[in-house]
Design a protein around this ligand. Structure first.
Ligand code: G6P
Length: 368
């Protein structure tokens, strides 16, 4: 067991550290002459041009990767993307059919709800694209098109590296799709791809930079009963995953909220006993998010802010600031997720929980 963990105390922290390599394995074979090339997965520029709507269907963490995908695909390709929870999609008589692409994201490729959702999408005449980590799994076998994520085997129940590579694939797909739709030039596409290739080193740099800060933050959350994660845009999508990670392994209740929506109800929950983790990595939304952060701070919340290293804020904004390296804004989620994973890990660790096998959870849910 100790050998399998490669010197780390838990699989989860080992897998967090494996992320740079997982990203490299996943993206490098799909880049040819500086452009995304998914032809080996059955996806060509000509084929992509035909899709008018995209649906992303998944469960849990994979669904959160889909949320990041929605923001990125819509922003770059200007095509509507609907993200659905598989167990909802399959029973809703969904508005999906010919001309639509349904993307199923699944680490295990065996999740019952995701598998059934894919079968339904096919029955309704949509094309299906599976993004799967486990080789030869049911979802991988049954999809029309398939992109394997090469995270390597993920043992910890709480998914980290699988989410990271699901996002990496979302980016590659979005770049190629945006190019196919004529929404970005070849030059813009190549520039995005070359930034994506820098991500593995940036993730490594992030890990080295913030490990101690996250350990400290985890120790401050040991007695929390409930937490709020806030963000806007891509940072909101990340907040959802940060919140799920914390719930899964620390057993502390938490919720993610779009920062601008707080004032419509949830701000009434804010007291000094409700820590708030704010994610603010998107420049055009920074001022807006910071003003929401000040609102919760003024009501007594203990605030942990995740931003990039170019931003510094005083005590009127946050109690703890975790600064990730500054990088191209569109790709910041791949860096900013790292502190969220680590905060969940160190909080669970300080509470003495069984990190790799949290109670009531299974790595893969193959029955309904
Ligand atoms: C289970 C796991 C989650 C995972 C979800 C979807 O609930 O505990 O970590 O996100 O299934 O799994 P999949 O294999 O389809 O990505």
């Amino acid at each position: 067991d100790a050998a399998e963990k490669g010197g780390y105390p838990h699989f989860m922290i080992k897998e967090i550290h494996e992320q740079p390599d997982s990203i490299k394995r996943t993206i490098i074979p799909r880049i040819v002459n500086g452009m995304p090339d998914l032809s080996e997965c059955g996806i060509t520029v000509e084929k992509l041009r035909e899709f008018k709507n995209i649906h992303i269907v998944a469960c849990g963490t994979a669904m959160h990767a889909g949320m990041v995908g929605k923001y990125v695909i819509e922003q770059l390709a200007r095509v509507p993307v609907n993200v659905d929870i598989a167990s909802e999609f399959r029973y809703r008589n969904p508005l999906v059919g010919e001309g639509d692409l349904v993307i199923i994201i699944s680490q295990s490729g065996e999740t019952a709800d995701s598998k059934a959702a894919m079968a339904l999408a096919k029955e309704y005449g949509a094309k299906t694209l599976a993004i799967v980590n486990a080789k030869g799994s049911s979802i991988a076998r049954e999809a029309d098109m398939l992109i394997y994520t090469h995270a390597g085997p993920e043992i910890a129940v709480a998914s980290t590296k699988a989410y990271m590579v699901q996002i990496a694939v979302m980016y590659l797909f979005a770049f190629q799709f945006a190019f196919a739709k004529g929404k970005i030039t070849e030059e813009e596409c190549k520039s995005l791809v070359s930034s994506l290739l820098e991500v593995p080193d940036k993730v490594k740099e992030t890990l080295d930079k913030i490990m101690d800060d996250c350990q400290y933050v985890g120790s401050t959350l040991i007695n929390a009963d409930s937490l709020l994660y806030i963000g806007r845009g891509l940072d909101y999508a990340l907040s959802m995953e940060g919140s799920l990670k914390l719930k899964e392994i620390s057993y502390i209740h938490s919720e993610s909220y779009a920062a601008g929506e707080l004032k419509h109800g949830t701000i009434s929950l804010i007291t000094k006993d409700m820590p708030v983790i704010a994610v603010a990595t998107q420049n055009q939304l920074l001022e807006k998010t910071i003003s929401n952060v000040k609102e919760v701070k003024a009501r007594g919340a203990y605030v942990i802010l995740i931003c990039d290293e170019d931003n510094t804020f005083g005590e009127d904004v946050a109690d703890q600031i975790i600064q990730v390296p500054k990088f191209r804004e569109e790709l910041m989620p791949m860096l900013a997720i790292v502190p969220l994973q680590l905060i969940a890990y160190y909080t669970a660790l300080s509470r003495g929980n069984d990190i790799d096998k949290p109670r009531n959870l299974a790595k893969s849910v193959t029955v309904e």
